[in-house]
Design a protein. Structure first.
Lengths: 335, 333, 278
């Protein structure tokens, strides 16, 4: 992982107008992505991690959603300001995405090789024969047995895990600089998940691809990410290297989460074996409509102070070997 | 059968027919969702059925709950074979076992108010004369159940879409407890919930277990959740139980190669441990449950497979006290 | 459900207004008509519409007042389409619910029967039924109703299958509910939405079918007025007296439009109710 920053997101804001009011799905998100780095965007449903990602790729459906503020700086340009045509060129070639449900993300009426070839022909201008050869090679690379024959199969003839591999093959076939993976293993069994995560790790290390991994599973984050952004109610509440986050979490939400998930490696202390009870963060994630201008976590926070109910905490940088920030009044410094 | 065994499953098989044809259909095969399983559940225990998709755990739960017909085998509740009961007797026996469902969004009728959803089982059986409760008693019981499950009684008149996922699940739990069952079958009760809500519901279930003296059959695919909640665990693969043990033993000394692979695949929220992890990566995918096989169901993917494993299937035998495994690697199987 | 505020969007509103105009006209026609709709007046044949003559929309080839005939015909058309839709909806829905809930062989054979009915073009099927049963008005109702059965069967079966897969159906069963209880308390209320939309749209098509049948001489027999047979009679004189075709035609068009708009609007209002936000 180098120090070169290839993607910088600043103050991203995306909103949706609904029948019930204005939903501020992403309310000021900033982070950097370095070359070769795997960044985790972690949070529960409604925290805005998927919308952040779609906003970066300009895939937000314009009514009812709209990216209203912020910058996404890539290759010296702001992706939010460039023309549709330029973004389309980048999508798939420089920045690729894979989604959660491989069943609906693959075209059911095209063979698998045709779908891989489409990306190659479109972005690299390869001729049909060369594209077919490269497609078969990619299938072999991602571990599909008997790739020459299986290249002519349709998506429904593959299992869920295989389909996800095909999605990865399509995404990586054009050697993108950035791979955005939106909950790629959530719908898969845990043994298949292990295979897929290994694959993503290998392939991205091989070509120094940066990965943005969106997930709600902290175990996945610990296994594959170099750095992590924890999101809550449309904002980044903590940003740190993976070791710092897990061994020294600063934000009360992060700490609450880490203490409330059942863990196999602590089986002896907790539950029916050890008897200790899991911590529970009280309350539920907030509705994103008409949010008051204060810390969104304050109603559930064990350490909420008066100021937490009155104003939104600033993003504070903390000292350490790797850059880290936290948005919490407990750690705010006098600036 | 000894007194303290609440539920006994014997050689349960559930096969789904595969039919082909547009106008006239013919049977071309069977999906062997559950292929011969058996276990006993003692009063006060919480037994976890864990496995990946297609292993048959949900089908087992639905069959035990009498929502799905068994192809072969017996389900004995309090000594009575549920398959031999008349429809009227079965209805009455249902008060003894209830279900908590997985999906908080589809397990509640969107057109009914919360209190009506919870009261429905009481109303059905009161009308039949099985329980003696009038409308007032039902109402007060419903409200008290709501409070006990962490929902304010003032929400009684609201509709499901006005509640969050976690709150809906609480309604489902209150409904399951309305008839004061002895056995609660929990089919993936926290899988569809956000991480920060999961521990709330798990702790609620634990408290309710103590307060209402409940026995649990807990189905999940998340090993860590099962480990936390259950006292005993049965691991399923392709319609078979491959290993049964106490939670502590299963985690410390897993015997079956599949159990070991499963445990090694679970990601731990600890970067240091993850970096040094030696994962047993299984090759290939789960095979189809419609193929009839004479071999061990795990044969094609087992890293420790021997020749004998391909020729015949092992059965569940005790390896040590309270720890059973279905594998030729262990003597006695 | 009752506490939810219903947002009437403009589409449904326009539809309702149009239909309301017709209903008012029909109610009025029960007590008063500008002229006798079957009274022939050979001295005033094919008169153009004029306020002074007392024939607001003109007269037809027999000197009969077109406006009165349209008003009288409206009642017939509406009654026939409501009755036929009711038959189709009730029988079709019962068939579909049974097929969807029971599954297996019931589902298979009931749906094949529906497929057979469905494969006939609706007008041809209606003509066929009429030719067997005879030309009485009540047979028009039966014919059109028959045409609708497969449509309602398919929609209700599809809805039942979707609802059946929801876990609250299993929950009801585990709570001791009988099949009948589940069907009436849980399934029926939840499939009402697509059914209501379909009923509204079916009413519009029924009007067209009835008009087509009477145009062909198979429905309401002259001299009793029906929009369809008015159009049929107007065929010969259309060129010289366009009002004889235009006004009955417009009557058909606007009522059909009204039902269509209502159906579309209802679909928009009732569907997004379930969507979660955030």
């Amino acid at each position: 992982m180098s120090d070169e920053i290839i993607l910088r997101v600043e103050g991203l804001m995306t909103q949706f107008s609904t029948d019930y009011g204005l939903v501020k799905a992403v309310d000021g998100v900033s982070f950097d992505l370095r070359r070769g780095e795997t960044l985790g965007l972690v949070g529960e449903s409604g925290c805005g991690k998927s919308v952040t990602n779609l906003s970066i790729m300009r895939l937000i459906q314009s009514p009812p959603g709209k990216t209203v503020a912020g910058k996404v700086l890539y290759q010296g340009r702001d992706l939010l300001q460039v023309s549709d045509e330029e973004v389309r060129v980048l999508r798939g070639k420089n920045i690729s995405m894979i989604f959660q449900d491989p069943l609906t993300s693959l075209n059911p009426v095209l063979t698998v090789s045709l779908q891989i070839m489409e990306a190659l022909q479109l972005h690299h201008g390869l001729k049909k024969k060369e594209a077919k050869a490269k497609a078969i090679e990619m299938l072999r690379l991602i571990g599909i047995p008997d790739p020459e024959r299986r290249a002519n199969d349709y998506p429904h003839q593959f299992s869920g895990g295989m389909r996800q591999r095909v999605m990865i093959a399509i995404a990586l076939s054009c050697d993108p600089e950035i791979l955005i993976a939106d909950e790629p293993t959530t719908a898969l069994d845990v043994t298949i998940q292990a295979q897929i995560l290994e694959l993503i790790k290998d392939l991205s290390a091989r070509s120094s691809t940066s990965v943005i991994m969106i997930t709600h599973d902290l175990g996945v984050v610990a296994g594959i990410c170099d750095s992590v952004c924890v999101m809550y109610a449309g904002r980044v509440v903590e940003r740190a290297s993976v070791d710092d986050l897990f061994y020294d979490p600063k934000h009360p939400y992060t700490r609450g989460l880490l203490e409330s998930i059942p863990r196999l490696d602590r089986a002896e202390e907790y539950g029916t074996v050890g008897g200790k009870r899991l911590y529970s963060i009280p309350g539920s994630p907030p509705s994103l409509i008409a949010m008051p201008p204060c810390c969104p976590f304050n109603s559930r926070c064990a350490r909420a102070m008066d100021i937490c109910r009155r104003a939104y905490p600033p993003e504070t940088s903390l000292a350490g070997r790797s850059p880290r920030t936290v948005s919490c009044w407990l750690h705010a410094k006098e600036n | 059968m000894p007194d303290d065994i609440l539920l006994s499953v014997r050689d349960l098989k559930v096969y789904f027919p595969i039919d082909r044809g547009v106008v006239f259909k013919r049977r071309v095969g069977w999906v062997r969702a559950v292929d011969g399983i058996g276990f006993d559940l003692r009063k006060g225990e919480s037994l976890g059925l864990v496995g990946e998709s297609g292993c048959g755990k949900s089908t087992t739960a639905m069959t035990i709950a009498q929502l799905q017909k068994a192809t072969e085998g017996q389900v004995l509740f309090e000594g009575k074979d549920l398959g031999t009961l008349s429809p009227a007797e079965l209805q009455r026996t249902r008060t003894g076992f209830q279900i908590v469902f997985q999906d908080p969004y589809s397990s509640l009728d969107p057109r009914m108010r919360a209190e009506d959803i919870i009261a429905e089982p009481l109303r059905i059986f009161a009308r039949r004369g099985v329980i003696a409760m009038d409308d007032k008693a039902i109402r007060s019981e419903t409200l008290s159940l709501m409070e006990r499950c962490g929902l304010s009684a003032s929400f009684a008149g609201r509709y499901p879409h006005e509640f969050s996922g976690g709150q809906r699940q609480r309604i489902g739990i209150a409904r399951a407890l309305a008839l004061r069952p002895k056995l609660v079958i929990a089919d993936e009760p926290v899988s569809a919930l956000d991480v920060s809500i999961q521990s709330q519901i798990l702790n609620l279930l634990k408290d309710l277990q103590k307060e209402f003296d409940l026995t649990f059959l807990f189905i999940a695919h998340d090993l860590a959740v099962i480990e936390y909640f259950c006292s005993r665990i049965a691991v399923m693969y392709l319609g078979h139980i491959v290993e049964t043990a106490d939670s502590a033993t299963l985690y410390k000394k897993p015997l079956h190669p599949y159990t070991r692979a499963l445990l090694s695949a679970v990601p731990l929220p600890d970067p240091g441990k993850e970096r040094n992890r030696h994962r047993i990566i299984l090759k290939g995918d789960v095979p189809s449950p419609s193929v009839e096989r004479k071999s061990c169901p795990f044969y094609e993917r087992c890293p420790d497979a021997m020749e004998s494993c391909g020729r015949e299937a092992p059965s569940l035998k005790p390896a040590e006290a309270g720890h059973e495994v279905s594998c030729f690697l262990y003597k006695g199987a | 459900m009752a506490s939810r505020k219903i947002k009437l969007n403009s589409i449904a509103l326009v539809g309702i207004i149009i239909i309301a105009v017709y209903v008012v006209g029909i109610v009025v026609s029960l007590f008063w008509l500008p002229c006798d709709p079957v009274a022939m007046d050979t001295e005033h044949v094919l008169e153009a519409p004029a306020l002074s003559s007392g024939h607001l929309l003109g007269t037809d080839e027999f000197g009969r007042d077109i406006l009165s005939r349209i008003m009288k015909g409206a009642l017939v058309s509406l009654l026939i389409s409501i009755a036929a839709t009711a038959i189709g909806a009730v029988l079709g829905t019962l068939m579909g619910i049974w097929a969807g809930y029971k599954g297996g062989r019931w589902d298979h054979w009931l749906m094949r029967l529906a497929d057979v009915l469905f494969s006939f073009p609706s007008l041809l099927l209606a003509i066929f039924v009429m030719s067997i049963l005879g030309e009485k008005t009540v047979n028009v109702v039966i014919a059109i109703g028959l045409v609708y059965i497969p449509q309602f069967a398919r929609i209700s079966r599809g809805s039942v299958l979707t609802i059946k897969s929801n876990e609250f159906v299993r929950a009801a069963k585990s709570n001791g509910a009988s099949s009948g209880f589940i069907l009436f308390r849980h399934l029926l209320p939840n499939i009402l939405v697509p059914l209501i939309v379909q009923i509204s749209l079916s009413l519009s098509v029924a009007i067209l079918l009835e008009s087509s049948l009477s145009f062909l001489g198979l429905g309401v027999q002259p001299p009793a007025p029906s929009w369809g047979n008015m159009l049929s009679g107007a065929r010969k004189v259309m060129v010289i007296a366009p009002w004889t075709a235009v006004y009955p035609g417009l009557a058909i068009v606007f009522l059909v439009l009204g039902f269509n708009l209502l159906g579309d609007g209802l679909r928009d209002i009732l569907d997004p109710r379930m969507r979660n936000v955030g």
